[in-house]
Design a protein around this ligand. Sequence first.
Ligand code: ATP
Ligand code: MG
Length: 291
Amino acid sequence: MKTKNFSKPFRVTDGKKFRLKDFDPRAAPGLSKEGAVEALKQGVARLSELQDKLFADNRWAVLLIFQAMDAAGKDSAIKHVMSGVNPQGCQVFSFKAPSAEELDHDFLWRTARCLPERGRIGIFNRSYYEEVLVVRVHPEFLAAQRLPDVPGDIWKMRFEDINAHERYLSRNGTVIRKFFLNVSRNEQKKRFLERLDRPEKNWKFSAGDVKERERWADYMSAYEDMIRNTATAEAPWYVVPADRKWFTRLVVAEAIIEALESLDLRYPAVDASKREELKKVRELLAGETAS
Ligand code: ATP
Ligand code: MG
């Protein structure tokens, strides 16, 4: 049964005309919560089948990048969407403020070490995109990187380097999909208050998050510029409505399913001599006397 794909309207493959204000964080077109929950259940089952094939096929790697403001639901989207996937075929890495060792290297170094192997799905919970987001909003983070003076616009150069990196990865068998969970400022406030009011959610709250919230407009213009400059056909951004978590998860799941379905995944073929070998083993096992 071919159902409607809910992820397509949120995919950006050419950033030139991208404007964040064209994307509504509350959008959930044509779907009730119950419908979305049911569709997600089916999506999770489909993902599990596709991931099994990806692993057996062992030619493609899949890199999923998640970026968002605090409390947009990155963690819970990852948890729900990947809930049916075999943990052996999946790796999640979270990137926080860089360590001294990381600051001693170029900006792609720490993530490059965590790229998924063939046959696997790698998830980046934040990524090198922080280098054109938090680092852009906070010039003191850029200063901490001790870069030599290079002529030119640092952000333009970073976009070029990121695009070149992603093109290189795509050409070498890594399929990249990027998700910006687009939460509204109002919804973030609601979720922060919930974190403060519910003891089991207190640990998720940090006072620094409110400081970043004060810079909302700067972050939004950094996000917009990032998508304008790094949305490409081989590594599209999905600007996922994030005010309703049940819709967010469905869009993410369907985008990953579509990416996997676009590959020519197949189980490795068994040739005649292997078939003969398997037949012999089968006869041997069947003829074994019980012990
Ligand atoms: P949650 O959303 O659950 O709060 P988190 O991903 O925000 O989880 P934190 O412990 O808050 O986790 O750490 C992430 C912080 O690290 C973010 O504020 C992010 O902007 C910052 N960070 C990530 N990469 C860099 C970087 N390259 N330079 C400076 N800060 C960075
Ligand atoms: Mg945080």
